[in-house]
Design a protein around this ligand. Sequence first.
Ligand code: SF4
Length: 482
Amino acid sequence: MINDDKAREECGVVAIHIGTDDLSSTAPARAAFYALFALQHRGQESAGLAATDGRHMSMRKGLGLVSRAFAEDDMASLRGFASIGHTRYSTTGEPSVRNAQPFQVETQHGPLALAHNGNLVNAPELRRGLLERGVGLSSSSDTEVMIMMLAAAPGESWPERMACCMRQWQGAFSFVVLTRDAAYAARDPWGFRPLCAGSLPGGGSAAASESCALLTLGCRDAADVGPGRIVELGPGGPVDRGDIEPAPRQAACVFEYVYFSRPDSVWNGAGIHEVRRRFGAALALESPADADVVIAVPDSSISAAIGFAQASGLPYDEGFAKNRYIGRTFIQPTQALRDQGVALKFNAMPGTVRGKRVAIIDDSIVRGTTTGPLVRLLRKAGAAAVHVRIACPPIRHPCHMGVDMGSYENLVAHRLSVDEIRLHTDADTLAYLSHEGMMLALSEAGALAGPGPSGGFCSACFTGDYPLDIAGVAGKNGFESP
Ligand code: SF4
C-alpha cells in the first residue's frame, strides 16, 4: 500500500499517426514512447504501446516507469504508421501486466486496441451486461469492458461504433483507439479529463492527455478535443469525426489544475502554472501569514508558493531538498516511522528556515499523513514558526470520476475541522484557499470549460456537488482484485 498524501489516479494516453509509406517504420511507436515520458507523472506503475502497419497489430506492455517498461527489442517490433500508448497508475492490488493498457482484441472488423484515462461510474452494470451476453472477461479493469463493448458495437465505421458506446458510458473517459487502418481519440461529453490533439511537424498528427506531451513532439497547434468529440489522427492532421449529444453540464476536473497536470500544460485556455500561481496569490490575500519566508513542498506546490510570495511581498526560497528517486512514502504503522518515511524523501534546508517564521505552501492535503512530518522537519531545522497554507479548499468528498482520494473515512478534512487538522499537523497556523477564491482564480487565469456559474468545472471533491448520478458507483478500477 502506498501513500504520500496526494490524490492518485490519472493515467496518460497518446495516439500517433505518421504519414509514412514505410510500413516497417518504428517512428510512430517511438513518438508515442517519447510522449509517454512527458506523461509519466500521470502513472508510474505500468506502460504499454500498440502499433499497426495496416495488416498486423503489435503490442508491448511492461511494469514500472516508461524507461523500464520497454527494451529496445520491444521498440523494434512496434512497426507501422500509427501507434497508441498508455501509462498507468492502479489504485488497488499489485500492479499487474494483466491490467496494463492498451487492451487488444480481434474483432470482425480486424484488430482493435484501446487505452483509457478515467473511470466509468456505470461499469459494474455494463460488466454484468457483457457477462450475461456470454462475453468472457479476463481482467478486472473497466477498460476491458470498454473494448469488448466497442468490438461488438453496431455501426458502419469505427467512429459510429465509438459514438454508440460513448452514449452508454457514464463518467470520465478520455480514450484512444487503434484499428488496423487508423488511430482515434475521443472524450466523454462532460469533459472530465483533458485530451488534446495537434499536427506533427514532419507530417501526421498526435493526441495526448496533456499538451506538454504534444509540445515534446514538436506540435505547435495543440488544441483541446472538445467534450463528446471523436477525432481521427490523420496523416495531414487531426480530423473531426463527429460528436455525441452534450452532457447536461460540463465538468472539467479542477484537480487537474490543483495537482495532476504538469505546470507547462495548457487546458481550457489556461496554463496550469499560471492558474496555480493565481491560487497561491488568492490564498495570500485571503489568509496572509506572519512569516519571513515562503517555501513550497516540491514540486507540485512551487507555482502556488511563487504566487503566494508575490502577492504577500515575502521572499520565496527553497525550503526542502527532495529526493526525486524515491517515488512514494509507504504507509507506516507508527507516527515515528511515517516521519522517517517523509525524512527519506525531504530534507529541510536550515540555511533557509533557521530562526525564520516560515510559510509553507502545499497544493492539497488528502489523508493528512505528510503535513505533520514536514512541519516537524522544519522545526528540527530551526524554524521559529511554521504557517501552513493549502492552495485548494479542504477535500471532504471522494472522487468517483477516476481519481483515487480514498473514501470518506480516509479524508482528513471529512473527519476533522481545520483547527483539528492544525493541531494534528503541529502547525502554528493553517489555512486553506476558499472554494470561491479557487474558482475566481481559475476564471481570472482565463480557464473556461463551459457555461453556467461553475464555468464548466467539477469541484465535487470540495463541495459534494457531483455532476452525475453516483448512486451505486464503482470506485476507480472497482473490479481490481485485492
Ligand atoms: S471530484 Fe474532484 S478530483 Fe474528481 S473529477 Fe471532480 S474535481 Fe476532479
